[in-house]
Design a protein around this ligand. Structure first.
Ligand SMILES: [Zn+2]
Ligand SMILES: [Zn+2]
Length: 345
């Protein structure tokens, strides 16, 4: 019997796994065979089902985010199954479906953590940036930062919820609750999820895409946007708020010009090109510009509670693990409508 058990365990935990590694920035990812990581006492080992490919991954690979661990396994939209738990893990058990987001660790004791702003933690660890992520067959993650997932999201279509969904939701939660007419600049992974939430709450979405990207504009209209057009165009009416997901700084004054008195422009990305100077008059009348950084576990819990009720659905383009660089290139070139996801074999 003891021997039988051991054989099962060996089958579940191979010694090695495939992973796509970033060895140095501005270089293509490399397929490697590496040891399967062992969970620390507070961690779980996860067999990865799928991992989303986020624009942030592109900023890391391209060197626009400058502090990655190297070599690095990117990826922070992980869906998988817990296959082993550390000794101090109590909430999760083997067989549980979980999602692993960008926020991988916080200290719990810095001034930001103590004020309930763990997204700004001074000692935070970020999945797929300062901690190895999900472009691999297995990963380890801190139990406290994993989200249990409903069965409907335990597959590739659930992966984009873990960042595009969460950051989109956090960005949305930064605008006035009474805002009805909302502009979204950049209709990619985050926007195509957020529009489900907005429709559910009877908001009107005005989708701004790269100029002449008729395919993206049609995609937004199909998902329920009341208007879709080029980012350089003026909105057909004043907007109550705008969210910018595209990493393009010159959209900030454009969005401000479209936003009504008292409205907020939220910048949802982690990186943006420089914002050009603009006249004070387009900010005056209590308009504001703000950014969103990372997420809190509370954001994740709120969003993952509401997502299956709405229900949020994603449109995905799937790739195998070794095609990760193709997925990144498609994202860079605007060839993904919805979200790109790596599916492990
Ligand atoms: Zn902290
Ligand atoms: Zn992301």
């Amino acid at each position: 019997m003891a021997r039988f058990k051991k054989i099962i365990i060996l089958m579940i935990f191979p010694d090695t796994m495939h992973a796509m590694m970033l060895e140095s920035q501005k270089q293509p990812l490399v397929l490697k065979v590496v040891p399967v990581p062992k969970p620390a006492s507070s961690q779980v080992l996860i067999k990865i089902i799928a991992c989303g490919v986020c624009r942030t991954d592109l900023h890391i690979v391209d060197g626009e985010l400058t502090q990655p661990k190297l070599p690095l396994i990117p990826g922070h939209e992980i869906v998988g199954t817990v296959v082993q738990t550390g000794e101090e893990v109590h909430r999760l058990k083997e067989g549980d479906l979980v999602g692993v987001p960008w926020l991988g660790y916080t200290c719990g004791s810095c001034k930001y953590c103590l004020r309930g702003k763990e997204n700004l933690c001074e000692n935070a660890g970020f999945t797929g940036y300062t901690i190895d992520g999900g472009y691999a067959e297995y990963t380890v993650a801190e139990e406290k930062y994993c989200f249990p997932l409903p069965a409907m999201y335990g597959n590739a279509s659930g992966a984009p919820l873990l960042c595009a969904g969460l950051i989109g939701y956090r960005s949305y939660s930064m605008i006035d609750k009474n805002a009805v007419n909302i502009g979204i600049y950049g209709f990619g992974a985050a926007a195509h999820i957020l529009i489900h939430v907005a429709n559910y709450k009877h908001k009107k979405i005005f989708a701004f895409t790269r100029d002449h990207d008729l395919q993206a504009q049609q995609f937004a209209l199909n998902l329920g946007a009341v208007w879709a057009g080029d980012s350089s165009k003026k909105a057909p009416q004043k907007l109550d708020a705008a969210i910018i997901f595209a990493p393009v700084g010159n959209l900030v004054p454009k969005a401000l010009q479209n936003v009504d008195k008292g409205g907020t422009v939220v910048c949802g990305g982690i990186h943006m090109s420089d914002i050009p100077s603009f006249p004070y008059s387009i900010l005056w009348e209590e308009r504001s510009v703000r950014s969103v950084a990372n997420l809190t576990r509370k954001d994740g819990e709120e969003f993952l509670n509401i997502a299956p009720v709405i229900p949020v659905e994603t449109e995905i383009k799937t790739y195998s693990l070794h095609q990760a660089s193709n997925a990144l290139n498609d994202l860079r070139n605007g060839n993904v409508h919805g979200a790109a996801v790596l599916v492990m074999s």
